[in-house]
Design a protein around this ligand. Structure first.
Ligand SMILES: [Zn+2]
Length: 176
């Protein structure tokens, strides 16, 4: 099921740095709407950004002036409005790994520690934050979200205000 962009959303999207969806396999292009699969070849669709606009609009200074979360990189994410779901996701630390660097023959090696991501301590917090912001932007109502996290963490987080979204725990294929 797809949902076309509403006229009000089109007006709000003027701050967007992306202008279309394109099939990763065959290159077929689509208007910005809630669609993820190519109608021609069933390939995945990806967002096409306007790189000339990005060069004009984004600098190191504009990024540094942004919030302390993934949303300082909003121009590189497929969300147009400033009204995003920001629960502090991102900005996780880089940890230097000297022994692994030596073993791999590297001078320096840093590992991104996404196990301290917010709100569920999972790297998936990033994509969920972006997907929910975009879903709200497209006019979808609040929806259930499947997340994988330890139950106590989820219970603690779900008590906090998170735009009224229902969080459902899924044991999924979590390895032991
Ligand atoms: Zn295609």
């Amino acid at each position: 099921m797809t949902q076309a962009i509403t006229p009000s959303l089109t007006a709000a999207i003027t701050g967007a740095t992306f202008d279309k969806l394109a099939c990763k396999e065959c290159g077929a292009e689509y208007a910005l709407e809630a669609k993820h699969v190519c109608e021609v070849c069933f390939g995945p669709l990806e967002v096409r950004y306007d790189y000339d606009l990005l060069r004009q609009k984004v600098s190191r200074a504009t990024i540094e002036a942004g919030p302390n979360s993934i949303w300082r990189y909003r121009s590189f994410l497929p969300v147009a409005t400033e009204d995003v779901i920001d629960v502090g996701t991102g900005m996780t630390p880089l940890v230097q790994s000297e022994r692994l660097a030596r073993r791999l023959g590297l001078k320096h090696l840093y590992i991104k520690n996404d196990a301290v991501n917010m709100p569920t301590l999972s790297f998936k917090d990033r994509v969920v934050s972006v997907a929910l912001s975009r879903a709200r932007e497209l006019g979808f109502p609040p929806c259930p979200v499947l997340v994988q996290a330890t139950w106590p963490i989820l219970q603690r987080r779900s008590r906090q205000s998170w735009i009224g979204l229902l969080c459902i725990y899924s044991s999924g294929s979590r390895s032991r």
